[in-house]
Ligand binder design. Structure first.
Ligand code: GYE
Length: 357
């Protein structure tokens, strides 16, 4: 190989090695610093949604009861408590000058929802009052009512729906009623070796039935009560009697009956008598509502205790509706104040005479 070619070859090799070393990152060098993180540009903060201010009605802040046109969605007419509740709304509306549009849902949920839509579409109605047959399934129709500018007040029964979809709930603490019932049943069964109890349940989807049952179960363990039978009798005397008759055919080993309303308790009393048992003595009977029928049964010695559930809610409901109309606020639940009445109360006749329902 001639000298010139050798020199060119060597120059190429030197040039190549210089070029290669400049490109390879020797292991000892720190890896290149990552590219600068892009600096987040300050996004304009999303506007903070102000809680929707209560606008009230056009007459706000000077609305009167005479400005209220109330669409009232009543459950039906299933017993004494319901009759007193309906009377409260009709009588109080007349006294205050409220225009009342009454809708009887006939204890049919589909009918009650249809009535709700009817009141939403009624241009005269500015307040809708709901005594919900069931706790669930109300969100859509409540949103429609809100979009239509209707005030919604829940009475008697609570529902499972976002609180911003209704103004307030005026009604009892049914769970507390259940706890009171268990405490009273413990007193009635004190000293009894066995504490087997049968439970007659109201409309299973209703808050009254769910919560009374839950409250009773929270406290019954304190005295060893055992619920051995539990079945709906749908708030009625007839079904309360039929269910109790069926249980008695299977066994008469029962020490107490917890009826979630007075009517079902009265039905159980009839069944016990026809089976040759003495209600109130052989089997202790406790019910809920404290209606006139319960006071008569206590005075006859058939019923031992009734836990009060106040149906006279209309004054509080109309007052709440007027506050809503004037753009004022209320807590989302205004519980009713209630007591307990016992057959051994020496003043029972006087108390019964002074009752409104
Ligand atoms: O106990 C019962 C009526 O919702 C509190 O419904 C009300 C209940 C009451 O059918 O008698």
């Amino acid at each position: 190989m001639n000298r010139k070619l050798l020199y060119n070859l060597l120059a190429l090799m030197v040039l190549f090695s210089l070029v290669f070393s400049a490109c390879a990152a020797p292991a000892t060098e720190e890896p290149a610093a990552p590219a600068e993180e892009p600096v987040a540009t300050e996004e304009p903060a999303a506007p903070v949604e102000e809680p929707e201010m209560l606008a009230g009605l056009e007459c706000a802040p000077n609305c009167q009861y005479s400005d209220l046109v109330v669409g009232f969605l009543q459950t039906g007419s299933e017993g004494g408590w319901r009759a007193a509740n309906t009377a409260s709304f009709k009588e109080t509306a007349e006294q205050l000058g409220v225009t009342l549009k009454f809708y009887d849902s006939q204890n049919d949920l589909a009918k009650q929802v249809a009535g709700f839509h009817q009141f939403i579409q009624d241009p005269e109605v500015n307040v809708i009052v709901l005594a919900a047959l069931e706790t669930t399934g109300w969100e859509e129709v409540l949103k429609e009512a809100q979009d239509a500018g209707k005030i919604v007040v829940l009475e008697d029964r609570r529902i499972d729906a976002p609180e911003d979809l209704y103004f307030t709930y005026i009604g009892s603490d049914f769970a507390e009623e259940g706890r009171k019932a268990a405490d009273e049943m413990c007193k009635l069964l004190e000293g009894s070796e066995s504490k087997k109890v049968w439970e007659l349940v109201g409309n299973v989807g209703s808050s009254a039935a769910k919560d009374r049952g839950q409250g009773f179960r929270e406290k019954m363990g304190e005295c060893g009560i055992e619920i051995v039978n539990s079945q709906t009798a749908n708030w009625s005397i007839t079904e309360g009697k039929q269910v109790t008759e069926a249980w008695l055919k299977e066994s008469k080993d029962v020490q107490g009956i917890f009826a979630q309303n007075d009517e079902m308790g009265l039905g159980a009393i009839e069944a016990l008598k026809e089976a040759g048992l003495v209600p109130g003595v052989d089997v202790k009977i406790l019910s809920v509502d404290a209606t006139a029928g319960a006071f008569k049964a206590m005075l006859d010695g058939d019923l031992n205790v009734t836990v009060e559930c106040n149906p006279l809610l209309a004054p509080q409901v109309y007052e709440a509706a007027l506050k809503a109309a004037n753009g004022e606020e209320l807590p989302k639940w205004v519980p009713s104040q209630e007591g307990v009445f016992r057959s051994d109360d020496p003043n029972l006749q006087e108390i019964a005479d002074g009752r409104k329902y």
